[in-house]
Design a protein around this ligand. Structure first.
Ligand SMILES: NC(=O)c1ccc[n+]([C@@H]2O[C@H](COP(=O)([O-])OP(=O)(O)OC[C@H]3O[C@@H](n4cnc5c(N)ncnc54)[C@H](O)[C@@H]3O)[C@@H](O)[C@H]2O)c1
Length: 454
């Protein structure tokens, strides 16, 4: 079945399988709803697995939200989610389906939440905006740079909102920390470090044979979608897909995108000028094909960023398993979801070297220490998206912003794969004089799952 779509819709041409309820079931408005019917937002969710259900926990707490349709290629995920929505909202059970295109045909749905694996972000987003829906899509924006760019173009062409699940942008303490970095209080911020450290060696997710059949309650061909065809393996499926380059980008894009996103914000940068990476599968003996050890060095005009990741040693950096460290000549700012801390620096005597010009008067550092607790920003992020549906303002994590953050992860992975320093043309979204690296900015989709022409 071709994924190509027109604005006229899908049903009738696509032969969509619709589950338990009719695609045009009565509105599922819960008894708690206080907002006037005209102000209520009617949503569908595509891909309610682990993250999708976390998102629903936040969306369903908003009084003006009704979730009326659920699409998942796994009937159990769709069914369980529809049951949860019914219970939480005390509403009619939303319809369920395997193929989200029936959802997009409904005229009474304003927007969709997309929480499918990374390789299934671009197609439903583009299909949704072409069908007139606004979109909240999970991070990372897409499986590759070209898909992300196509999503932006589709958003521009249709005037639809595409917000991305980089929720830290909506967290108050992340905003304050960014203000501190930008204010110059830390002095010259010349080096930033982001990191993810844990020890899962050597078993990791283990090893599974490839020969198992997909469960009968799953449309596995549709789960694969644009990715290459292959036998079912539970280790490459729900949740664990993120460690395979056919579907995602490993830890670099799974977590690195949250961290690097804040760095771009603080440095007011669209991306690095160059990237170099080294690493490998060093400590885990499992099925993954993405590195378990990775060091990426990015050069920005004003600072160097290193993303450091290891899964074979859990020693925490500065007491934290993950985070962002902004290093300035007057002090350091440590930042993660738990909060931030400003740590003033002190001027040291140079290591064991006698000063040839006699004693030196050290400059004074006047930066005051400070700290604040924080959170991941999920609730205000969802609220911002919902408010943008009415105001038509650009969301906090607009697709273009999140695309650039996602690109830092694609760049890290591409540099790792080619094994050399790459120079990046930010505006053209291509590498400078490197056709081999350029070839990794996109991939040929499996037949029937190509991106539509925008
Ligand atoms: N913002 C965050 O903090 C955050 C946290 C976790 C995950 N995520 C992102 O959320 C996404 C999903 O991750 P997850 O951990 O929930 O994975 P998951 O495997 O638990 O869930 C994905 C769901 O999508 C369904 N699916 C796959 N293809 C589909 C299709 N074509 N149509 C409909 N449904 C389809 C699967 O059956 C599954 O139910 C990933 O991109 C991940 O990076 C974001």
């Amino acid at each position: 079945m071709s994924e190509s779509i027109t604005r006229r819709g899908f049903v009738g041409t696509a032969g969509v399988a619709v589950g338990a309820a009719s695609a045009f079931a009565a509105p599922a408005i819960g008894k708690s709803g206080a907002a006037a019917p005209s102000e209520r937002k009617r949503l569908g969710i595509i891909g309610p697995g682990s993250r999708g259900n976390q998102l629903l926990d936040t969306f369903l707490k908003e009084e003006d939200v009704d979730v009326v349709s659920v699409a998942d290629v796994d009937d159990r995920h769709a069914g369980d989610t529809a049951d949860r929505i019914k219970k939480i909202k005390e509403c009619e059970r939303p319809e369920t389906m395997r193929d989200y295109r029936a959802m997009l045909d409904r005229k009474d749905i304003d927007a969709v939440i997309i929480a499918t694996p990374d390789h299934w972000h671009a197609l439903p987003t583009i299909h949704a905006v072409l069908a007139g829906k606004d979109v909240y899509v999970e991070k990372p924006v897409a499986h590759n740079v070209a898909e992300g760019r196509a999503m932006i173009e589709a958003g521009k062409k249709t005037g639809k909102i595409i917000a991305v699940g980089t929720q830290q942008r909506s967290s108050k303490h992340f905003g304050k920390a960014v203000d501190i970095v930008r204010s110059g209080q830390l002095g010259k911020v010349f080096w930033v470090q982001t990191w993810n450290y844990e020890n899962i060696s050597p078993v990791g997710m283990g090893v599974y044979p490839d020969s198992l059949e997909a469960p009968p309650y799953v449309d596995y061909d549709r789960w694969l979608g644009p990715a290459p065809s292959r036998r079912f393996n539970p280790n490459r499926f729900h949740l664990l897909f993120r460690w395979f380059s056919d579907y995602a980008g490993g830890m670099m894009s799974d977590w690195g995108v949250h961290l690097n996103d804040i760095v771009l914000w603080a440095l007011d940068a669209k991306g690095p000028n160059s990237v170099y990476a080294t690493g490998g599968i060093e400590t885990t003996d499992d099925d993954r094909d993405t590195p378990d050890t990775l060091q990426v060095v990015y050069e920005f005009p004003t600072a160097t960023l290193t993303y450091s990741m290891r899964k074979g040693n859990g020693y925490k950096f500065n007491g934290n398993g993950y985070g962002i460290l902004f290093c300035g000549t007057d002090g350091t700012l440590m930042l993660n979801r738990e909060g931030y801390e400003v740590i003033p620096d002190k001027i040291d005597e140079p290591y064991g070297i006698k000063l040839v010009h006699g004693p030196r008067e050290n400059r004074k550092i006047t930066l005051e220490p400070s700290k604040e607790k924080g959170d991941d920003g999920q609730k205000p992020h969802v609220r911002n998206f919902l408010d943008c549906l009415a105001s038509r303002a650009k969301p906090t994590s607009d697709i273009e912003i999140a695309h650039r953050s996602t690109n830092t992860c694609h760049l890290g992975n591409i540099a790792y794969r080619v094994g050399r320093k790459l120079n990046w043309d930010i505006e053209a979204e291509r590498f400078k004089n490197d056709p081999e690296a350029d070839a990794l900015l996109s991939r040929e989709a499996r037949k029937g799952f190509e991106l539509p022409k925008i």
